[in-house]
Write a protein that binds this ligand. Structure first.
Ligand SMILES: *[C@@H]1O[C@H](CO)[C@@H](O)[C@H](O)[C@H]1NC(C)=O
Ligand SMILES: *[C@@H]1O[C@H](CO)[C@@H](O)[C@H](O)[C@H]1NC(C)=O
Ligand SMILES: *[C@@H]1O[C@H](CO)[C@@H](O)[C@H](O)[C@H]1NC(C)=O
Ligand SMILES: *[C@@H]1O[C@H](CO)[C@@H](O)[C@H](O)[C@H]1NC(C)=O
Ligand SMILES: *[C@@H]1O[C@H](CO)[C@@H](O)[C@H](O)[C@H]1NC(C)=O
Ligand SMILES: *[C@@H]1O[C@H](CO)[C@@H](O)[C@H](O)[C@H]1NC(C)=O
Ligand SMILES: *[C@@H]1O[C@H](CO)[C@@H](O)[C@H](O)[C@H]1NC(C)=O
Ligand SMILES: *[C@@H]1O[C@H](CO)[C@@H](O)[C@H](O)[C@H]1NC(C)=O
Ligand SMILES: *[C@@H]1O[C@H](CO)[C@@H](O)[C@H](O)[C@H]1NC(C)=O
Ligand SMILES: *[C@@H]1O[C@H](CO)[C@@H](O)[C@H](O)[C@H]1NC(C)=O
Ligand SMILES: *[C@@H]1O[C@H](CO)[C@@H](O)[C@H](O)[C@H]1NC(C)=O
Ligand SMILES: *[C@@H]1O[C@H](CO)[C@@H](O)[C@H](O)[C@H]1NC(C)=O
Length: 624
């Protein structure tokens, strides 16, 4: 399948806990960390150690200005939503409309003492876009995650939204206590502000609130974060069993993994291995999936114990990908990711077999749980869309903002036909005629749109070649007898964190098949909550961009950006736009799509997902 490599995903991770060692006679924080790691074999460190390590690299002015040059070059030349991002949000969304290039230029006149402060400030600017695909950062500052051994959830009681303790591995008697205040401020307010300002993986504030409290560690949250917290400790005011309030003061502890800790012994080696690694070394640590090593530390504590629950029958589980369950009179399909670690025909066969087995139980209703999904492969989107709804077209239409740089790169790729190039458009056909593009100009067309007050050129709309869709569709047909479920027998359940490829699956089900949706959680005073987030476009990173430009001989072209000055830095962003089919002018990334129904978390369903599934199933067939 030729679209295996095309990614619609966002790869983020998170991290960890506390410890106190006085090693303070050693001024180099990175060296202190190394010493403790060797002496005590510990993987958790103090706030002071990690802060001193991270802040030990002074900012080189040349690095700063080259970084800004590269970022403005990449965004100006290739970011699909550069001009669209200047428009104010649709009602229901919450983000700052901005001229990203102008904002980046402001950094040229700011002065910073450390590389950390500069990097984090630039990262924040990108986060303000609230475009989960578009991130700047450095591996240099994501090797530790901060944690206080507590996680949280939110319930609505008598119209009042409260924060409660989900887990506390230090003092279990705190579990389920209400958190009334955090550092003296109302807890709900603190979490809401964190969601508004620090969480970026959705344009919907309610979804960001869910992410702030997410304890599956698919993304950073209020409780588990990469960025150095403002101060070394945090005080939670708890109220348990209607007794008096009391304070729990916790230090932030920084966790890492042995893979990282084995790679440095002082700040110089830290810098050389993480902030500016040479090519060979970089491979070992570059993929974001490595962070799962850290993430796994937390997961063990909070796993949802579906396996042991008597109320549910496990029909089939394709590891770390899809689960099929039966409860009472309904079935559940739980998709965990669109980015399975192994993507093979055998894996897809197992999914089809599970689907068939669930159908054979005779259940008439199906809950499709798409919560906490960060996306994956285009081929997986097509696969699920065809599996669930074989009679509807499985994809949306794309286009590309044609800047001077984009025009040059695509034109060169048409001429040279290099392999694995992000500028390769050969797999796509004209969305109106389904004809192959015969030349670069045929691909570009002459569409001029005004976005954010800027007149820009946009390519012809394109879609997937019938051959590639047919390949997947025939594959599915060979293996399934048609199932009896109709679109009205399904309900899609999410916490809004159904992004990228997941959003494609959810929005396809809704737009093409009128499937009902229910979203759980969010901020109670906001009536609507999105069932998916950041459909975006296909996402690429700066490494792929420069590799592709290199293959086209364009690296030294004056129009093109130069690679980032430190190899630990990286930028990801989407290079195309995705449109609704029914409303052909609607760019999905900027269209607010609330769920038909809303559920809230409570003390029971937060720990027992089968309750939530039953609540969702009860809505199937009811009036929206
Ligand atoms: C840090 O890790 C050590 C074991 O490696 C453990 O004994 C200690 O409790 C941890 N500290 C905290 C605060 O979790
Ligand atoms: C930076 O400062 C210089 C002079 O101090 C000024 O001319 C220039 O306009 C400033 N640039 C930005 C982007 O603010
Ligand atoms: C805190 O959480 C970490 C990660 O789950 C765990 O390894 C550690 O033992 C916990 N610390 C304490 C003191 O319970
Ligand atoms: C609150 O009550 C529950 C049982 O009702 C008990 O397990 C828990 O320890 C109590 N918490 C506190 C802080 O007293
Ligand atoms: C750190 O490790 C490098 C090799 O990885 C070694 O050359 C150097 O001597 C070590 N430094 C210290 C302080 O142990
Ligand atoms: C960039 O993307 C490629 C292809 O998906 C991946 O192999 C590589 O690890 C990514 N690099 C970074 C720095 O994330
Ligand atoms: C379109 O291009 C594909 C390969 O890119 C080729 O297999 C197919 O035959 C072409 N179709 C037509 C009608 O030229
Ligand atoms: C759009 O493309 C035309 C050439 O096809 C070019 O003359 C014009 O400058 C482009 N406009 C923009 C805003 O890039
Ligand atoms: C491709 O598929 C579309 C939609 O299913 C169909 O309308 C069209 O006729 C097909 N085109 C070709 C060339 O097969
Ligand atoms: C599906 O079945 C057809 C006809 O039996 C066969 O020609 C084709 O190779 C099969 N495709 C796959 C992907 O198994
Ligand atoms: C979608 O479903 C709703 C409720 O079942 C119904 O009112 C509406 O007409 C349907 N829309 C379409 C386009 O089928
Ligand atoms: C979860 O809730 C179901 C009802 O939906 C109940 O039958 C089951 O016992 C509960 N499981 C646990 C572990 O409490």
């Amino acid at each position: 399948m030729i679209f295996y490599g095309v990614l619609f995903t966002v790869l983020v991770a998170s991290g960890v806990n506390i410890q106190y060692y006085i090693n303070s006679h050693v001024p180099d924080g990175c060296e202190r960390i190394h010493n403790e790691f060797i002496a005590k074999q510990t993987t958790n460190f103090t706030y002071a150690d990690v802060t001193d390590c991270y802040k030990s690299f002074p900012l080189d002015k040349d690095v700063a200005s080259k970084t800004i040059d590269t970022l403005t070059g990449l965004m100006g030349g290739f970011y699909s939503f550069l001009d669209k991002a200047k428009e104010s949000p649709q009602p229901g969304f919450d983000f700052k409309a901005m001229d990203l290039i102008a904002e980046l230029d402001l950094f040229r006149n700011k002065s910073y003492t450390t590389l950390y402060d500069f990097t984090i400030d630039v990262e924040h600017l990108f986060n303000d876009l609230k475009d989960a695909h578009t991130n700047f950062g450095s591996i240099c500052f994501t090797t530790f995650a901060f944690y206080t051994n507590m996680t949280f959830y939110s319930v609505v009681n008598d119209g009042e939204q409260k924060i409660k303790v989900f887990s506390d591995t230090i003092d279990r008697s705190n579990i389920d206590c209400e958190v009334t205040h955090i550092d003296g401020q109302k807890a709900f307010q603190v979490i809401s502000e964190y969601a508004k300002n620090s969480v970026y993986a959705s344009r919907d504030l309610g979804v960001r609130f869910n992410i702030a409290l997410d304890f599956t560690y698919t993304v950073t949250s209020f409780a588990v974060r990469y960025e150095i917290p403002k101060k070394p400790d945090i005080t939670y005011t708890l109220k348990c069993n209607n007794s008096n309030e009391f304070d729990v003061k916790r230090n932030w502890v920084a966790f890492s993994s042995r893979t990282f800790l084995n790679k440095f012994n002082d700040s110089k080696s830290y810098f050389d291995n993480f902030c500016n690694p040479i090519k060979g070394n970089r491979q070992l640590i570059s993929t974001n999936y490595k962070f799962q090593e850290i993430t796994n530390i937390f997961n063990s504590a909070n796993n949802l114990l579906i396996e042991q629950d008597q109320s549910i029958t496990r029909i089939a589980v394709v590891d770390n990908f899809v689960g099929f369950y039966q409860m009472d009179d309904f079935g559940v399909i739980k998709i965990l990711t669109e980015h399975p670690t192994v993507l093979s025909n055998a894996i897809l066969d197992s999914v089809i077999a599970g689907f068939k087995r669930l159908a054979n139980t005779g259940v008439k209703k199906v809950v499709l749980d798409l919560s906490d999904n960060l996306g994956g492969y285009l081929s997986i989107i097509i696969f699920f869309n065809l599996l669930l709804f074989p009679n509807t077209y499985p994809s949306f239409d794309f286009d590309i903002r044609i800047s001077e740089q984009m025009r040059l790169a695509i034109t060169e790729q048409f001429k040279r036909a290099t392999k694995s190039n992000i500028f390769d458009m050969k797999g796509y056909v004209n969305a109106k005629t389904y004809a192959n593009f015969t030349s670069a100009n045929d691909f570009f067309g002459n569409n001029v749109y005004t976005r954010g007050g800027v007149i820009g050129n946009y390519s012809n709309k394109h879609t997937l070649m019938n051959d590639s869709i047919n390949e997947i569709s025939q594959y599915i047909q060979n293996l399934t007898t048609p199932v009896t479920w109709k679109p009205e027998n399904y309900i899609i359940l999410t916490n809004g964190l159904c992004g990228s490829a997941c959003a494609f699956i959810a929005q396809h089900a809704v737009e093409f098949n009128n499937v009902t949706t229910v979203a759980v959680g969010g901020i109670a005073s906001n009536i609507s909550l999105s069932y998916s987030s950041f459909p975006g476009g296909s996402v690429i990173n700066s490494t792929q961009m420069f590799d592709s430009l290199g293959k086209l001989g364009l690296l030294s072209n004056n129009l093109m950006p130069k690679p980032l000055p430190l190899t630990g830095m990286s930028l990801t962003f989407p290079i195309n736009e995705v449109y609704s089919k029914m409303n052909p002018d609607e760019i999905l990334e900027f269209a607010f799509k609330p769920a038909n129904f809303r559920l809230f978390y409570d003390e029971k369903n937060i720990r027992n997902i089968t309750i939530l599934w039953s609540q969702a199933a009860a809505l199937i067939g009811s009036n929206r």
